[in-house]
Design a protein around this ligand. Structure first.
Ligand SMILES: Cc1cc2nc3c(=O)[nH]c(=O)nc-3n(C[C@H](O)[C@H](O)[C@H](O)COP(=O)(O)OP(=O)(O)OC[C@H]3O[C@@H](n4cnc5c(N)ncnc54)[C@H](O)[C@@H]3O)c2cc1C
Length: 423
């Protein structure tokens, strides 16, 4: 006798992290029936100790979260990014009191979004709050079927659908399977989709700090020889640090007691925001690049880090996942309206080509910037200082970079323009 199906609908998403939950909301908003599977119960993702990162959300990403009904809740916790300062820091510079030195680049949101209440360059959101806003938006939508905790252990493609087996024996059927199962996606691996990438030999230490002076919504990225050091504004007089170091140095920083870390922090941070203190725990993330050669397999789409996981220096990984979700949901909604096969190769190829350029641009840019800046080689230092100063003096170049960081590039999916997918 055939096994009873626990879900029989349009799309099964494996992986309910930030990308998977965004995609579930996007598909649901278009009238597509959806199931989300995650190894962890959603409540675990909301635990304060689960994810200490904060994400810089591009302004187009926030437009989409607003349209999907998660933005208002998230905005209760977010901080506007008004300016971004990029600087070629050197260890003996420290972080100068009063701000960056002459070889720096300044992005001011007024240049692209003028007016006192113009859109910011982006929004800083602690991941725990982004996860909270997302799960709260999903909870009342009882027709988003959540299977968590459960692990997807097997999947079989038939011409018209894919059956996904969970480790507790339940069986889910979707016309399309989407792998949102992260950088080391087991679906992508088992499908034999090749990836390219490498480890950076660096780790990102993430910590939240409090400082005496207000940050005024300015995000700082200092390129140091060991890797970028980012100071990202959070609500109140707080900032999130992403302190990149070679792996051994990062391990040493992670192991330091509070006094030792405070001393190291003061030496690196300087006092341009007054006295600075670490609040709460420290997290460490090994930094790698993993890019899937294709963004789909037979009846399967890869989304978020499962499609490509990049260096965090540009703060774009989650944004890429949001943009994947926007494009994929729009394609699936259109196919459903036209009565087409949701897992067809034509649709999947369209998804891939829509997302390819943005992905390649960010994979290339983050990798190149990390290589170019993470050293103390004198001629390179001079060249990059000149490069930063040059872009700083060319307003169209500045505006181009701000719009790209805001996700406003190429043919924008509707959700990123703040338009609904509802028919
Ligand atoms: C230090 C650091 C700072 C960052 N800062 C930013 C930033 O400022 N802005 C930004 O946009 N991005 C940033 N990122 C990147 C961003 O955090 C990631 O791109 C994003 O979290 C990836 O989300 P995801 O849902 O694709 O993958 P994941 O978060 O890895 O989620 C995958 C999910 O799949 C589940 N799963 C896996 N296998 C299975 C299975 N077989 N069955 C069921 N479930 C499964 C896992 O439990 C998990 O919940 C940063 C990253 C780092 C490391």
């Amino acid at each position: 006798m055939a096994q009873q199906l626990s879900f029989d609908g349009d799309v099964v998403i494996v992986g309910g992290g930030l990308a998977g939950q965004t995609l579930a909301l996007a598909l649901h908003s278009a009238g597509v029936s959806v199931a989300v599977v995650d190894v962890l119960p959603f409540s675990t993702q909301l635990d304060d100790r689960f994810d200490g990162r904060a994400s810089a959300l591009a302004y187009t990403s926030m437009r989409m979260l607003d349209t999907l009904g998660a933005g208002a809740r998230l905005r209760e916790f977010t901080q506007r990014i008004e300016d971004i300062v990029v600087c070629d820091g050197r260890p003996d510079d420290g972080l100068r009191p009063g701000g960056p030195g002459p070889h720096s680049l300044h992005f001011d949101r007024h240049e692209i979004h003028p007016g006192a209440d113009g859109e910011p360059l982006g929004w800083m959101a602690e991941n725990r709050h982004a996860r909270l806003a997302m799960t709260e938006a999903i909870a009342p939508r009882s027709d988003i079927s959540v299977f968590a905790p459960a692990r997807a252990v097997d999947w079989v493609r038939s011409p018209a659908f894919t059956d996904v087996r969970l480790d507790d024996g339940r069986l889910l059927r979707g016309r399309l399977l989407v792998a949102c199962d992260g950088k080391f996606s087991s679906i992508r691996r088992r499908e034999g989709t090749r990836t390219f990438g490498w480890g950076y030999g660096q780790k990102g230490i993430v910590a939240t700090v409090e400082h005496d002076a207000p940050h005024n919504g300015v995000a700082y990225e200092y390129f140091m020889p060991s890797g970028p050091f980012a100071i990202l504004p959070l609500s109140g007089n707080r900032s999130s640090l992403v302190w990149t170091e070679k792996a051994a140095a990062a391990d040493a920083l992670e192991a330091m007691d509070a006094d030792g870390f405070h001393e190291a922090l003061r030496a690196r941070f300087g006092n341009f925001l007054g006295e600075v203190r670490e609040t709460g725990p420290r997290w460490t993330y090994p930094l790698t690049l993993n890019v899937a050669e294709r963004f789909h397999a037979d009846g399967i789409a890869y989304c978020g880090d499962a499609a490509r996981g990049i260096h965090p220096l540009a703060g774009q990984g989650f944004n890429l996942g949001i943009r994947d979700a926007a494009a994929l949901a729009e394609i699936v909604a259109e196919q459903k309206r036209l009565g087409l096969d949701l897992g067809s190769t034509i649709g999947l190829k369209r998804y891939e080509s829509w997302r390819r350029l943005d992905s390649i641009a960010l994979v290339g840019a983050t990798d190149l910037f990390n290589r170019l800046f993470s050293n103390d080689i004198a001629p390179l230092r001079m060249a990059r200082g000149l490069g930063l100063a040059l872009v700083d003096r060319i307003p169209p170049a500045r505006r181009f970079f701000m719009r790209h960081a805001g996700g406003e590039i190429g043919d924008l999916p509707k959700l990123l323009r703040g338009e609904s997918l509802a028919a």
